[in-house]
Design a protein around this ligand. Structure first.
Ligand code: AMP
Ligand code: ZN
Length: 116
């Protein structure tokens, strides 16, 4: 997609610090990390969000999750990590290209959400 920042990263038009890549997915460091390990894993194909996936996207979605542990360990989070996929307005997704945040590091990442 022309105007999509993460599609531009896939195309190499915007620089990123890649930590994993295969034919379907790309992982790179978040530019504004919230934890010592903060990697974004994206499908190379433009998918706007989890709210717009189709059956055809099943394989790539599985790959994103299946690679998370390997990426987390390689980046310095050997004892677990958290995966976050913000979706749409309520999920407060800022970049409209599906991405999984992998956050971690040496210490626990903190509470999941404030209770209501
Ligand atoms: P979200 O709120 O889930 O859409 O998160 C978007 C994430 O993308 C944020 O954590 C940003 O810091 C990150 N981000 C935005 N632009 C870039 C970029 N050019 N390279 C790496 N990460 C980025
Ligand atoms: Zn895109």
């Amino acid at each position: 997609m022309n105007d999509c920042i993460f599609c531009k990263i896939v195309a190499g038009k915007i620089p990123s610090t890649k930590v994993y890549e295969d034919e379907d997915i790309l992982a790179f460091n978040d530019i504004n990390p919230a934890r010592p390990v903060h990697v974004l894993v994206i499908p190379k194909k433009h998918i706007t969000s989890l709210a717009s996936v189709t059956r055809e996207d099943t394989l790539v979605l599985g790959k994103i999750l299946a690679k998370a542990n390997e990426i987390a360990i390689a980046q310095g989070s050997p004892d677990g990590f958290r995966v976050i996929i913000n979706t749409g307005r309520v999920g407060q997704q800022e970049v409209p290209h599906l991405h999984a945040h992998i956050v971690g590091g040496p210490d626990p990442v903190g509470p999941m959400l404030k209770r209501i």
